[in-house]
Ligand binder design. Sequence first.
Ligand code: GCU
Length: 689
Amino acid sequence: RAEDGYALWMRYVPLPSALAAERSEQLQEIVAPDGTPTQRAAREELVRGLTGLLGHAPTLRTTIAGDSGLILGTPQTSSLIAPLQDELAELGNGGYLIRRMRRDGRDVILVAARQDIGVLYGAFHLLRMLQTGAPLDRLDVRESPRVALRVLDHWDNLDGYVERGYAGRSLWDWQSLPEWRDPRYTDYARANASIGINGAVLNNVNASAWSLAPDYLVKAAALADVLRPYGIRVYLSARFSAPIELGGLTTADPLDPGVQRWWQRKVDEIYSYIPDFGGFLVKANSEGQPGPQDYGRSHAEGANLLADALAPHGGVVMWRAFVYAHDVPADRTTQAYTEFKGLDGAFRRNVIVQAKNGPLDFQPREPFHPLFGAMPRTPLMMEFQITKEYLGFATHLVYLGPLYEEVLQSDTHARGPGSTVAQVIDGTLEGHALTGMAGVANIGNDRTWTGSHFDQANWYAFGRLAWNPHQSARDIAADWAAMTFSPDPAVVQPIVDMMMGSREAAVNYMTPLGLHHLMARGHHYGPGPWVDGGPRADWTSVYYHRADGSGIGFDRTASGSNAVAQYAPAVAARYGDINQVPEALLLWFHHVPWDHRMASGRPLWDELIARYAQGVRQVQAMQKTWATLNPVEPGLARLPLAIDPERHAQIAAYLNIQRREAQWWRDASVSYFQSISSRPLPAGESAPP
Ligand code: GCU
């Protein structure tokens, strides 16, 4: 049933009858080859989509015989497409065009690409146009992916537990693989292909060495077989000490010839199971994971060990820059840059360094990571988190599109003004062909896949931005809302407004004005600004907010940790100046007196309280908007059943949880900070109960 969320944005519910009639006219006949598994996937998707949207199955033909029709294919499969060969070549791997033209008196829509996978992407694009009610006249779409590796990182353990996963257990049922290939794997592949995702790291970055053992490689190979027709390559997280744990060696030193031989054999073995294996993702020397530094070697020496083994097969190493040390540094946010910057140029050509969007850890708001733009000779890939570890798990409605967009549009100034993070990621700034964007998946075996209906939008937005990091989060939200609920603008508009404001709401009720890491310890759900003590200072909140009688915030300027110096001079000058830094990042970079005058004219203390209160009000506003969309409201009765009661009720209930917890965040945070600032609540703000 489309109402339970399983179909994601590929619901294909009937179009309004007038539109369905018009489209049926245009798409009377379909030519879609089925000579390869990918061609079959495209054809099946089109038949499924059109049957749902138009209310009847399309007529499949080998040539268009009637007045109009749709032709899918490559220069090899279609004589109409063959003349477009050069144009298609320019669109590159995965690129496609959709064009409407007259041919022999017929009205034809072409979905054409150089490769089958481009045709599949194009078919999904056309279906999206139909789902969102986009016009089909004068169609001339030309698309090509701007980023080469568009990857989901699954933090899934072999026992089915998903680290930081809030959508049930792992999709991968290792127990029944390889024999049982759950049809859900195919639906996962369809969803990914529909947004251009072309890689999946199957296992957690906190990796078990056993993922590389033959027993599990057979299972990974079965998954790879299911995903392959959809253009998705399988990758594995590699545990650096696997030569010891699996191979029985006494060391995992990257310069040891025995270790090098072990990895070579292991990689050869993996390719014997998975001929198009993508490569390894590695978390090394971070949070207790083993790595090259255990042997006095650098990250580059570690990465190159694996890169050399993968190179003959065309595989890559995605080496993570999320590192922090055993001993607590003066400022944890500086460590990745300190360890990696000097290694620029020391990595093999098939290594890409994967940095989180910000220098700390997927907070509701962080400045962009200072490594972006700082390692011109090394391909850098983005790691976003789709699962909402620090953003209210799956119950809070927080659309991450604006967060992703904000980071991608940030100006690194690496090559002067206009050197955006997006240009680092798409390789254009430094001329890299190896490019990538990873998203830590929010997917599990929950019926909705993502633990809530709205969290599907985060998976969707990640994929769309990985395809083209220059897109607008608002446009993507509009597409998603139209496909997921209804293309009626009366439905799309309010939902998009809710989505676009939701991230700032969470920032306000959790960590306004550049505050960060104030979540409860361990699980990271709910407020804990008082968290102190325990095993590590940088796992406490007081380490980050540094509130005292005089003010609040982490001084990262020259008078403090000087983290700001890791940015290009123009950026450092702006962030480092209390009068120029954006207020949204004020307390990230500065320790600010409670009386500091803010843009609003209010003192910082009053502003802080106002932001917490605003966060709660923003959630209340989302609830109001959602209530207007209730299909049982008399005023909206004329709409097609925009939002079915089933989904409407669940979302309303979740918003209620979010409102209650936003208040909890506000009250707990305000009370706590008041115990430090010893200031009265500003007039008009009620005291927490
Ligand atoms: C965060 C998260 C961990 C995860 C780590 C990582 O610290 O809480 O669960 O392992 O990030 O990205 O490696």
